[in-house]
Design a protein around this ligand. Structure first.
Ligand code: PBG
Length: 330
């Protein structure tokens, strides 16, 4: 035998020399669920180790993450049922706690990146990402709300806006609204290829944002989120987002869609983000709790796989645990 690939695996040091993919905490974005009130830290039962935080309690969590090397956070609001309506108007209301929370976090930690969520579902009485009329999700009417939400979020201090709604034309509409209001520096991380996935369950539990069960409300999001069978369609979405002014392209979910991450990385010069979603994390946590998998080896392997596929920025509920693991190894 001339070639014995095992020679390059014979010691930890040599394996270090030939390691092709590295995952640094710089690549990670940590999701945090926020709720109005004081002193709240409620665990999400379908996503153990993750909580709904009130702003006062999330500050120490963010401080701890910063000390572990995490500087990027994506925030999601759980909105009280009484504030929900057909058009999600509370999303841009002056007394929306989510907007105030952003300003407060930025005041304490100006150096961190805060990424928002732009979509109607946390605020929608119907539990959809757009306005529902006659059993249909209205695209163009929804854009108007998304634009108002975007300028309110930019005004609150969010660094990057994350449209997760999958309405057509929203990136261009948002960019226009932001620029018109002189928010030239506010970035857009577009959920470019967001699939109608079964893996969002724990997230919808966390925000109580699932589509409402009723005869005149679509029971799923298949008329706007992408068909999991489709790959080429992600290129159409990517091209549109680029033309409309997106700063990042995102693939969601991540682990079940590594081929899409790879495809977008190969076909775009924009940075690629991926959302390692709640259900993907929850299944690993559950298997570890049963003793079927080892968390400290399975979790980093899952994150590394997303990075190896070509992802630059990974949104994952494992971000903090990964950072802790790396720190303990030093
Ligand atoms: C909704 C939104 C969802 C997630 C992020 N934004 C759920 C959905 O589309 O129903 C899911 C994230 C996760 O599962 O971790 N705009």
């Amino acid at each position: 035998m001339q070639n014995r690939p095992r020679r390059n695996r014979k010691s930890k040091a040599i394996r270090g020399l030939v390691t092709e993919t590295r995952l640094h905490t710089d690549h990670l974005i940590y999701p945090l669920f926020l709720v109005d009130g004081n002193g709240v830290k409620e665990e999400i039962s379908s996503l153990p180790g993750n909580y709904r935080w009130s702003v006062d309690s999330v500050l120490s969590e963010i401080e701890e993450c910063i000390s572990l090397g995490i500087s990027n956070f994506i925030l999601f609001p759980k909105i009280d049922q009484s504030k929900k309506d057909k058009k999600g108007t509370h999303s841009y209301a002056g007394d929306n706690f989510y907007l105030r929370a952003c300003a407060k976090i930025k005041m304490h930690f100006p150096e961190v990146t805060l990424i928002s969520d732009v979509a109607l579902d946390p605020y929608s009485i119907d539990g959809h990402d757009g306005i529902v009329e006659n059993g249909k999700i209205q695209n163009d009417e929804t854009l108007e709300i998304l634009c108002k939400m975007s300028t309110a979020q930019a005004d609150a201090g969010f660094d990057i806006l994350g449209p997760s709604d999958m309405m057509d034309g929203r990136v261009g509409a948002m960019r226009g609204a932001l620029d018109q209001n002189s928010f030239f520096d506010t970035s857009i991380m577009s959920y470019t290829a967001k699939y109608a996935s079964a893996f969002y369950g724990p997230f919808r539990d966390a925000l109580d944002s699932a589509p409402v069960e009723s005869d005149d409300i679509p029971k799923d999001k298949k008329t706007y989120q992408m068909n999991p069978a489709n790959k080429l369609e992600s290129l159409i979405e990517a091209e549109l987002d680029e033309l409309e002014g997106a700063d990042f392209l995102m693939v969601k979910p991540a682990l079940h869609y590594l081929d899409i991450i790879h495809l977008l990385k190969e076909s775009s010069n924009l940075p690629i983000a991926a959302y390692h979603v709640s259900g993907e994390c929850a299944m690993l946590i559950a298997a570890c709790q049963k003793g079927w998998l080892d968390y400290n080896t399975a979790m980093p392997e899952a994150l590394l796989s997303i990075r190896r596929a070509g992802c630059d920025a990974i949104i994952s509920y494992f971000a903090k645990d990964y950072a802790q693991l790396v720190q303990n190894r030093l």
